[in-house]
Design a protein around this ligand. Structure first.
Ligand code: ADP
Length: 235
């Protein structure tokens, strides 16, 4: 039986500028199941990043509630949310966000040293086929390798939730596929729930469910019956 990991109800995020405002997110209800891979599609400005950031507790909604299992996250303090993210949430962004003065290994070890890590940095880098590159600095790695280091860093604590915001947005197609395969593999092997934002409709092929967003709203959610592996995606 599947378990609900995250449950969002009536989420809204409003940015006010004097007299005017933008509803980046409006009245969004959504449940993420444990072990599910969900792809979020929508044009630029449709609220995808705002939605993901609120689900990951990086940002707070203006209205609405977010539950993680049975805990009401929207009532927690900033310190509690920080501890929650450190333990449970892995983040992967379009532009890797690696520390340039640290090697690949040191970038991952930085997270490992933050607390109870569920695997060693060596295991995480080996899993991403990067052990031979461990002593390279980000500037000495290709974009795809840097993104794989970012994934190793995100998974070293075996997060319950992996949030990926345009993880292949800066990569060419074949490198993007390798990165998607890495995400797919950690999703499969650890049963980690994944939310992945993309502009690329083809990538939706790897999802269990696909969310379409427009104007700060979820316009539809579909089950992906033609579930594919990243390596079989047709670009
Ligand atoms: P997407 O990820 O789909 O491109 P975003 O969630 O980044 O969309 O943005 C949704 C809307 O909210 C856009 O109109 C954007 O300009 C606005 N927005 C996002 N973040 C901020 C912010 N910090 N301040 C003001 N407006 C914002």
């Amino acid at each position: 039986m599947t378990e609900v990991l995250l449950e969002a109800k009536g989420l809204g995020k409003r940015y006010a500028f004097g007299e005017t405002f933008v509803d980046a997110l409006a009245n969004v209800d959504f449940s993420l199941q444990t072990g599910e891979l969900v792809v979020v599609l929508g044009p630029s400005g449709s609220g995808k990043s705002t939605f993901l950031n609120i689900l990951g507790t990086l940002d707070r909604p203006t209205v609405g509630t977010l539950n993680y299992k049975n805990e009401l996250m929207t009532e927690k303090t900033d310190e509690e949310l920080c501890a929650f993210r450190r333990e449970k949430v892995g983040l992967v962004f379009q532009f890797y966000n690696l520390i340039p003065s640290l090697t690949a290994l040191e970038n991952v070890q930085l997270i490992e040293s933050h607390g109870e890590s569920a695997m060693s940095s060596e295991d995480a880098l080996r899993r991403l086929n990067l052990w031979e590159r461990r002593n390279h600095f980000p500037s000495e790695l290709s974009g795809g390798e840097q993104q794989r280091v970012a994934i190793a860093r995100a998974i070293v604590k075996k997060p319950a939730l992996l949030l990926c915001d345009e993880p292949t947005g800066a990569l060419d197609v074949s490198t993007g596929v390798v990165v998607l395969q890495a995400i797919e593999e950690v999703h499969h092997d650890f049963g980690v729930s994944v939310m992945l934002i993309t502009h690329n409709v083809m990538i939706a092929g790897i999802a269990d469910r696909v969310i379409h967003m427009s104007g700060g709203k979820i316009t539809s959610i579909e089950k992906n019956l033609k579930h594919m592996l990243a390596r079989d995606l047709q670009w």
